[in-house]
Ligand binder design. Structure first.
Ligand SMILES: [Zn+2]
Length: 287
């Protein structure tokens, strides 16, 4: 956060320096565009093969084989979800929120991809449908489905408010992963990572650059849908913040479940499609 009153006087050419036009850090024009039409045609043939109801203030895992689809839906009331994704065959390859943000911007929607961590750094999921795509950016600079927040967690809560709260998304995801892997919480915790904030409405204040949230515009029936580019293990937490209009590290907010559904397309519907290769950098790092 910048100080309201700077210690240093602006230089004579301050206005000229500030007037320099920004350039996009990572233009994505050179990326191969996702085969959205192919995915959507295949999706039209798909049948539901699994579903998992995520209880309020808790998390569950789910699995999606490469080439299948998953949908996250609001079912009972306005509710945001914190999503973790891993390569189901190697948990060290996981969603890389920061790099996804650098490539696609602060908030994701249709045709944006969720990228994995180094060294694989490849698309792990592609968004193919978003019933909140009408929202765009509001007058505060807010939008939905961000990759700027991390996940609500008991450590930050302890730091800022004191106390021990056990149903932050970080803890929910940790318990769900430990249950799935059959391991201890200590073994599961390091795998939990920065999330895609599904349905959450967030931005940065224009004057102080602070991360803000506001009541999510999501309503029952809204959904966000993905194509699995690789074999995925997912974990979704129905955030204790509910619609995140106020608090998110207590039991005071109204909370609702979220539904995850998995759909498999007909055989052959994806034609010659294959999972993306891992990144082409040779990892020699100059040695
Ligand atoms: Zn949360």
């Amino acid at each position: 956060m910048k100080p309201q009153i700077p210690s240093h006087a602006p230089p004579a050419d301050a206005d000229a320096r500030k007037a320099v036009k920004p350039v996009i850090c990572y233009p994505v024009d050179s990326l191969t565009a996702p085969a959205l039409e192919l995915y959507q045609r295949a999706r039209a043939t798909a049948q539901k093969v699994d579903e998992v109801l995520i209880p309020a203030r808790d998390a569950r895992t789910f699995s999606v084989p490469a080439g299948q689809f998953f949908r996250i839906s609001s079912v009972e009331g306005s509710q945001v979800g914190d999503l973790n994704l891993w390569n189901a065959d190697d948990l060290n390859e996981r969603f890389y929120s920061g790099k996804t943000r650098a490539l696609h911007g602060t908030h994701l929607s249709v045709s944006d991809r969720m990228w994995t961590s180094f060294p694989a750094m490849r698309p792990m999921a592609t968004i193919i449908d978003d019933t909140l795509d009408w929202y765009g950016f509001d007058e505060f600079g807010g939008s939905v489905h961000d990759v700027i927040g991390t996940r609500c967690d008991p450590y930050t809560n302890n730091l800022l408010s004191g106390g021990q709260y056990h149903h932050c998304c970080h803890s929910n995801l940790t318990r769900a992963l430990a249950d799935h892997l059959g391991c201890t919480l200590d073994a599961a915790q390091p795998h939990v990572h920065d999330v895609l904030n599904v349905f959450m409405c967030t931005g940065f204040t224009r004057d102080t650059g602070q991360y803000f949230m506001k009541a999510s515009p999501v309503r029952p029936g809204d959904y966000l849908e993905f194509f699995a580019e690789i074999n995925l293990l997912g974990a979704l937490s129905a955030c204790p913040g509910g619609d995140c209009s106020d608090e998110h590290s207590s039991d005071s907010a109204a909370c609702h479940p979220l539904l995850v559904e998995v759909f498999a397309p007909e055989n052959g519907a994806l034609g010659e499609w294959r999972s993306p290769h891992v990144n082409g950098y040779d990892q020699s790092h100059g040695r």
